[in-house]
Design a protein around this ligand. Structure first.
Ligand code: ADE
Length: 418
């Protein structure tokens, strides 16, 4: 099958970036060495719909070395790194259909091609591929042994399918692994979202009031890192427990309707739609910066913003400046798409190492266990999660204590009390 890419001449730069990322992904490297011996994917075709980054390129190399034939397309039209794509095609002989900035039609054409590839395994970041499969290619479902899902939003969609009885293949929720969401969602999103905001605007974070909508793992990471850079952080939440947690973590907690008067920078990380709406834009400070780091570009009501604006200009590469009818300016970043992948490079390789180690080991798990799996969303097996943690600790040169025989016995007995 043919690749659809921006420019093959970018391959040299892409290869250098893939190799640099590989040097920061020691767990994936170890798994690749095992796969090279065992060839667990021999004769299998894998279609992956992921953010096409240098880190993803290393996951694809790992699966390929394990014997798989690979097709890769983008899980977001703006996150593709075109130089990485060029190298995957030229240097690693992997079929890729992804172009940064592709329109909606092309995005779906590439998803369709991922299914034309006739995969036996699929991999998603946001569940678009599984959704296409269930709505347009039902006849292909029986050829697919299982699928992996990378992100919270995708898992929410897939659990809704399962609840409706609509899910027709087993899914492993990679996002649910502790070695995934504790680190990728928190530290990965925290660092890369601030990186994206800074690259897009060059704004000084210190002394600014940063409003975080959502206090899940991503919101927690973002709030923590913004505070670390000297911002005053406000958290907006709908979940009462998370709201208490945010308050006790030392953040101001209030509804968006109040936060809009105070914020300089707003970032949505909720997984829900229309979190910032026209009623909010009107009350923001002149020059407020608004962005999203949740999976889909639905968290900011851009149509609402357009309706209350009289004009708009491209103020910087990733900054669209809307002038409201009142004369106030609102700076929207990256069209409301994932700011960390659109304006920066996504999560650092050191954290994607664990996320993609889970992806690789779960792919092997599906191949070995598909006949025992039902059409459900499964968590990552504990054994895999623990192995990833142990390998990462080892790679970080950190040793930890082991329970003594006496301690193990104590933990397993109910007779010993005060
Ligand atoms: N999601 C967030 N950051 C990513 C990265 N660097 N590569 C792939 N997927 C990601």
């Amino acid at each position: 099958m043919k690749s659809d890419i921006k420019n093959l001449e970018l391959a040299k730069k892409g290869k250098r970036r893939i190799e640099w990322a590989a040097s920061l992904m020691p767990v994936l490297r170890l798994i690749g060495e095992e796969f090279a011996k065992k060839k667990p994917f021999k004769g299998k075709r894998i279609s992956a719909c992921l953010h096409v980054t240098a880190e993803t390129a290393n996951l694809m190399r790992t699966l390929k070395v394990g014997g798989a034939e690979i097709f890769l397309c983008a899980s977001n039209p703006l996150s593709t790194q075109d130089d990485v794509v060029a190298s995957l095609v030229k240097d690693y002989n992997i079929v890729v259909q992804a172009v940064c900035g592709e329109d909606r039609k092309t995005y779906y054409k590439h998803l369709k091609a991922a299914l034309d590839f006739k995969p036996n395994i699929t991999m998603d970041d946001g569940a678009d591929l599984v959704s296409e499969l269930h709505s347009k290619r039902k006849e292909q479902i029986e050829d697919i042994l299982g699928s992996m899902e990378e992100t919270t939003t995708g898992v929410v969609r897939l659990r809704a399918m399962e609840k409706d009885g609509a899910l027709k293949l087993p899914i492993i929720s990679v996002n649910d692994a502790l070695t995934k969401h504790f680190f990728d969602n928190r530290y990965g999103t925290g660092q890369s979202t601030l990186d994206g905001i800074v690259r897009a605007t060059d704004v000084l974070i210190a002394g600014k009031t940063v409003v975080t909508a959502g206090y899940g793992w991503c919101g927690r990471g973002f709030a923590m890192r913004a505070k670390g850079m000297g911002a005053n952080v406000i958290v907006c939440e709908v979940n009462p427990v998370k709201a208490i947690e945010a308050a006790m973590d030392g953040f101001m907690v209030m509804p968006m309707s109040k936060a809009v008067n105070l914020g300089d920078i707003f970032c949505t990380l909720t997984g829900d739609m229309n979190v910032i709406r026209s009623e909010h834009f009107g009350k923001m400070k002149d020059g407020a910066i608004v962005c999203n780091s949740g999976h889909f570009n639905v968290e900011i009501d851009i149509d609402g913003l357009k309706k209350i604006s009289k004009s708009k200009k491209q103020a910087n590469t990733f900054v669209e400046q809307y002038v409201l009818k009142s004369g106030k300016k609102i700076n929207l970043l990256a069209n409301g798409r994932l700011i960390n992948l659109a304006a920066a490079e996504g999560h650092p390789a050191g954290v994607m190492d664990m996320s993609f180690a889970n992806q690789a080991l779960c792919t092997e798990y599906v191949i070995e266990n598909y006949n025992k799996l039902e059409n459900k969303v499964y968590p990552v097996p504990d054994k895999i999660d623990k192995l990833v943690a142990e390998l990462k600790l080892r790679a970080m040169g950190i040793k930890i204590d082991r329970l003594t025989v006496e301690q193990k016995k104590y933990l397993n007995s109910w007779r010993v009390g005060t």
